[in-house]
Write a protein that binds this ligand. Structure first.
Ligand code: PMP
Length: 362
């Protein structure tokens, strides 16, 4: 049996062993074609089937209404930070952003390069340890869209519900929590996510966009950076990241096999519960970074009272087979990322390790 690490990486992150094994089985010969999926033309019937089926699976699992397109793009979620204002922020309008932390900030900075922006609400005064109260969000009259980061990967906060924006399209960066819980897609104009946390490997970015929003991009935008290019060509305008899309396909089937998104949500709750409980019951030895109401089911951020102990925690955890528990370099501390594919057993092992570490150092 392959020895697998307790993988709490923030992204790229753990994939289900079953998915990896299936990919391994099909690695040198996909569907009897005498070649791997990577060696095949993206115009071949077999690849087109992967492309179409992957879209259908996502549509089905996420209950995406028929007036939305599903795109597989490249350049990561970071490229979306620019494509959104390029395509959806015309002169005279304002791109509104809810400032929740590091990734919202990056999205906003990029939009500033393209057009006029506004901060609709912010939790910066609280060092981003919470999501701003939805009732404080002020959408400017000229808003082209309202952008939210549904889960802040670095701070470990997560929107538990989303602002109602009326005619203003709501855009969600769901890079670190897509498909981790049911979402009412019709509440959004657009949802996007790099695949490398909840959906598969790096290399492909998922965009779910309402058709009417992509019909009138300015003519000056380069071809590859226009949503309508990819809509018209069914994500096959140029060579797609075929192996990544194929792995997303396997990953979506795995989610389906687990009972779908609602079942995955429950599974994720059970997983994080084990770790949050250990933090909450530690009498202050471990301190969660995020406010309880807004803490993430995907990235659990916490601290121990000295940096020395944190270092020791990371070191000992690595010796015991845990990976990825060091917090992001920008905020320090500790972080356990518990995306869809992280098994309950890993979380159980981490909770046990944490309790044991406290016993020895508390
Ligand atoms: N948004 C969020 C919430 C993220 O967590 C990340 C990656 N960690 C990004 C955007 C950037 O994604 P990419 O590396 O795919 O550009």
């Amino acid at each position: 049996m392959t020895k697998r690490a307790y993988n709490f990486n923030a992204g790229p992150a753990a994939l289900p062993l079953e998915v990896l094994q299936q990919a391994q089985e099909q690695f040198v010969d996909y569907a009897g074609a005498g070649m791997s999926i990577m060696e095949m033309s993206h115009r071949s019937a077999l690849y087109e089937q992967v492309n179409d089926e992957t879209q259908s699976l996502l549509r089905e699992l996420y209950q995406i209404p028929s007036n939305y397109k599903v795109l597989f793009l490249q350049g990561g979620a970071s490229t979306q930070f620019a494509m959104i204002p390029m395509n959806l922020l015309p002169a005279g309008k304002v791109g509104a952003y809810v400032m929740t932390g590091s990734w919202a900030d990056k999205a906003l900075k990029e939009a500033k390069l393209i057009g006029e922006t506004a901060i609709a609400a912010s939790s910066e005064a609280f060092k981003f340890n919470r999501i701003p109260d939805l009732s404080t969000i002020e959408i400017p009259d000229q808003a082209a869209y309202l952008h939210v980061t549904s889960n802040e990967t670095i701070e470990g906060t997560q929107f538990k519900s989303f602002p109602v924006t009326g005619d203003v399209p709501l855009i969600g960066d769901m890079s670190s929590d897509i498909l981790s819980r049911p979402v009412d897609v019709s509440q959004f104009g657009m949802i996007y996510a790099g695949a490398q946390k909840n959906l598969g490997p790096s290399g492909v970015t998922i965009v779910i966009v309402r058709e009417d929003l992509v019909q009138e991009s300015p003519k000056t935008i380069p071809t590859m950076l226009r949503y309508d290019t990819h809509v018209k060509n069914n994500s096959l305008y140029n060579t797609p990241p075929s192996f990544s899309v194929y792995l997303v396909n396997l990953m979506l089937k795995w989610v389906q096999g687990k009972g779908g998104v609602a079942a995955i949500e429950q599974y994720n709750r059970d997983k994080t519960q084990l770790i949050y409980q250990t933090i909450d019951q530690s009498g202050g030895f471990y301190k969660g970074f995020a406010e309880t109401a807004d803490r993430s089911t995907m990235n659990i951020t916490f601290r121990i009272h000295t940096e020395e102990l944190e270092k020791q925690f990371v070191k000992e955890s690595e010796q015991q087979g845990f990976v990825g528990l060091k917090g992001h370099r920008s905020v320090g501390g500790l972080r356990a990322s518990t995306y869809n594919a992280v098994p309950l057993e890993s979380c159980k092992a981490l909770a046990d390790f944490m309790a044991d570490f406290q016993r020895r150092n508390g």
